[in-house]
Design a protein around this ligand. Structure first.
Ligand SMILES: Nc1ncnc2c1ncn2[C@@H]1O[C@H](COP(=O)(O)OP(=O)(O)OP(=O)(O)O)[C@@H](O)[C@H]1O
Ligand SMILES: C=C(C)CCOP(=O)(O)O
Length: 263
């Protein structure tokens, strides 16, 4: 993957994923927002004043259409347009909700500044994100469809763009708020830490999403951020964004849920 070289002049950047499971009903057959959860999460985000990039998942606004049109396998003109329009709608709702809390959120569609190769990011322009942070803005990216040099188009999960952006900006902290208390073992207990050394032994407990999903659910998420930890040393936490207080606690410095680290 090719990364542009522009770095923000701001230190201590946090990158937060708001999982589609946390803010939408992933069992719905079309886009359905959990509006109360959204509002509460946005209020918690407003308690944080540091430099922040938000990436949100697609939830039922993206995965339902992507599955219907087989977009995880390749290009389908109508499906591509319907899916992009739907995730943009969710992005608009989220940006509007954040602005209501006086967060200077800026909508950014990854489709407009990324190209993939066989499902993986080949290039993503991030200089504008760095400059936005320098000016106190909060960029809000999302899971999207993306043009792909091999497949025509592919699904670009927030779980892939989040570590890409975190690495490109040398982020300090990376948090992924979803609908589970962390990565759970077969007894339903939170696994406190996952490292490249322990991954093989815990992998058997980790599966896809309980709802409609084309990007690998929890296993896809852990694989992406484990690679981030291995390559850059940047740690992540996977925690439950539906537990009141967790998003604010994470943003303000606490380690919660499952920590994914190099060692
Ligand atoms: N071992 C596990 N621990 C926790 N959750 C797991 C595990 N195995 C599978 N899951 C499922 O993975 C889901 C989280 O993955 P999912 O992709 O839905 O998250 P998300 O990031 O919130 O959604 P989106 O991709 O729409 O942004 C959990 O809600 C749960 O259903
Ligand atoms: C389904 C689409 C269009 C994007 C998926 O993004 P994610 O919800 O972050 O995995």
């Amino acid at each position: 993957m090719t990364q542009t070289s522009k770095k923000s002049t701001v230190d201590g950047i946090t990158v937060l994923k708001i999982g589609g499971s946390a803010v939408t009903d992933k069992n719905a057959t079309a886009g359905l927002a959990k509006e109360d959860e959204m509002r509460r999460i946005f209020k918690e985000i407003a308690s944080f004043s540091g430099p922040l990039v938000i990436v949100h998942g697609a939830g039922s606004y993206g995965h339902t259409h992507a599955k219907e049109y087989g977009l995880d396998k390749g290009f389908h003109k109508e499906g591509f347009l319907i899916t992009h329009d739907s995730v943009r709608l969710l992005n608009e709702m989220i940006v509007k909700g954040l602005r209501n809390e006086n967060i200077p959120a800026v909508p950014l569609q990854p489709l407009a500044f990324s190209v993939c190769e066989d499902g993986r990011i080949k290039s993503m322009f991030v200089d504008q994100i760095a400059l936005m942070l320098d000016h106190g803005l909060v960029p809000v990216l999302h899971g999207d469809v993306c043009m792909d040099t091999v497949r025509g188009s592919c699904i670009l999960s927030g779980d892939q763009s989040l570590p890409y952006v975190a690495a490109a900006l040398s982020a300090k902290r990376v948090g992924l708020g979803s609908a589970a208390d962390g990565v759970l073992d077969s007894d339903g207990k939170v696994i406190s830490t996952i490292t490249p050394k322990t991954f093989d032994s815990v992998k058997k407990h980790i599966g896809g999403s309980a709802g409609t999903d084309v990007t690998g659910g929890m296993l896809g998420k852990v694989s992406e951020i484990l690679e981030l930890a291995e390559k850059t040393g940047i740690e992540s936490c996977i925690f439950n964004a539906n537990t009141p207080g967790n998003v604010a606690d994470y943003l303000n410095g606490k380690t919660i849920g499952t920590r994914i680290s190099r060692d």
